[in-house]
Design a protein around this ligand. Structure first.
Ligand code: 9WN
Length: 427
């Protein structure tokens, strides 16, 4: 167990700021030094959430820098590339070729995929917790139309199942890349190794899932990032409860911010109702939400931290909330471990305590579940989630993720959302 002497709140806060300052490029915060040298969508948005109580200007800059990468379709990309480190991460801009697409922004290179639409919730969080109301109000007015366009994009281009939910078209869009819920849809894809040879991509041993990630990205790129192709031909289309739970929370936020932005709240109120009904009708089974593979029509039997995403809905019926809380506190999740919240249920054969989204605990999902618990007046659960999460960083530092049994750190060090969300939890 790699522990360090537990630090007090003041020292922890100071360390968090120094990580965020070191990872600041001048216009945005990279997720971590080295491995992730660009701006990532939900990473930056969690950073904005963490900064909301402390530095409105920087929280706003983070969101605006991400939204500078927004496409004219309304899509907010999952990576905005930092030109200085162009090919330091694979797949880089030369793979995505965003500049060849007429809807991509001028002078900003991006990926062609998106990530969970957390920005509405982040804007609301900033407005709610800012110490500079005037600056926050100006940011709401400026950013709101961009998020309205993002919402329209998800509604029109991503309802691939026709039931009112947004589908993801790549595991990277979930933010939970190697989660076991993507195993079945990935394994159903055809052989893809040819993609590397024809594109001249790095050789060497690559696991078949990574081959498939890249191949899916190439297929979508080669369609011209086309919405009809996604609907009719793209082989990966999944309705994910976390992605849609976050979307619903952002719609709720946009409804509440509408008067400030001079907008009509009604479309967002209706969206909340529509997404809630669709989540319950399409993804709920056996006491929990599941991912639905639109190509096979099947619900995934594996239960992950993502299955609790719809708890972010303040209007989720109380019986469903009770079912989810019971499961979350049971030995399938928090009941069997020392630290919240394993990313995959412990009893699943795919559970692996040290492999990214197949077992370790993550600060961002802990923060979302703590928020969900607070929304539903589950104060005991919210308290356990907050305290357990702070214990992780006190003992192991701002790691990317953590072993849920002993709390030791995994993945990158000096990880930005771990530092930023600590600042929020310390408040
Ligand atoms: C692919 C940046 C991102 C996070 C994701 C995390 C991981 C990328 C990767 O890193 O994904 O987007 O290279 O594996 O799974 O949540 O946004 O921190």
């Amino acid at each position: 167990m790699e522990a360090r002497a537990a630090v007090d709140d003041v020292a922890l806060g100071r360390e968090a700021w120094s990580v965020l300052d070191a990872n600041w490029t001048g216009s945005a915060t990279v997720p971590a030094p080295g491995l992730y040298p660009h701006q990532w969508n939900w990473d930056s948005t969690f950073v904005a959430i963490g900064l909301s109580r402390w530095n409105t200007r920087r929280a706003g800059a983070e969101l605006l820098s991400l939204l500078a990468g927004q496409w004219r379709t309304g899509m907010v990309p999952h990576i905005v590339f930092h030109p200085a480190s162009a090919e330091a991460y694979f797949p880089g801009p030369s793979v995505w070729r965003s500049q060849d697409h007429p809807a991509s922004p001028n002078e900003v290179l991006t990926s062609g995929l998106t990530q969970p639409p957390l920005q509405g919730l982040a804007l609301w969080w900033m407005w709610r917790h800012t110490t500079d109301r005037e600056m926050a109000a100006a940011l709401v007015r400026r950013i709101y139309p961009m998020l309205a366009a993002q919402h329209d994009y998800l509604t029109t281009a991503r309802d691939l199942g026709g039931g009112g939910l947004a589908a993801i078209v790549h595991p990277w869009e979930s933010g939970m890349d190697d989660s076991p819920v993507w195993d079945a849809p990935l394994e159903a894809l055809p052989q893809v190794r040819y993609a590397y040879r024809s594109e001249g991509f790095p050789d060497g041993h690559l696991d078949s899932h990574h081959d498939r990630y890249v191949s899916l990205a190439l297929r979508y790129r080669d369609s011209g990032y086309d919405a009809t192709y996604l609907r009719e031909d793209h082989p990966f289309a999944v309705e994910d409860p976390m992605f849609n739970g976050i979307w619903l929370a952002s719609c709720q936020a946009l409804a509440e911010l509408a008067p400030l932005a001079g907008a009509d709240p009604q479309p967002y109120r209706e969206a909340v109702e529509r997404i809630r009904a669709a989540l319950l009708e399409r993804l709920w089974a056996d006491g929990v939400f599941h991912t639905r593979d639109l190509r096979s029509g099947r619900l995934s039997p594996v239960c992950t931290v993502g299955c609790f995403g719809p708890m972010l809905d303040p209007g989720l019926p109380s019986e469903r909330v009770a079912d989810l809380v019971r499961l979350l506190e049971s030995p399938r999740f928090m009941g069997a471990v020392g630290y919240p919240v394993p990313s995959c249920e412990i009893r699943a054969p795919q559970f692996d305590r040290s492999r990214y989204w197949r077992g370790p605990s993550w600060m961002n999902t802990n923060w979302l579940l703590r928020r969900a618990a607070a929304i539903h007046d589950q104060t005991g659960l919210a308290q356990v989630l907050g305290a357990g999460t702070l214990r992780l960083v006190r003992q192991a530092g701002f790691r990317e993720c953590f072993d849920p049994f002993d709390g030791s750190g995994r993945g990158s060090r000096d990880f930005s959302w771990s530092a930023a969300l600590t600042l929020d939890l310390l408040a």
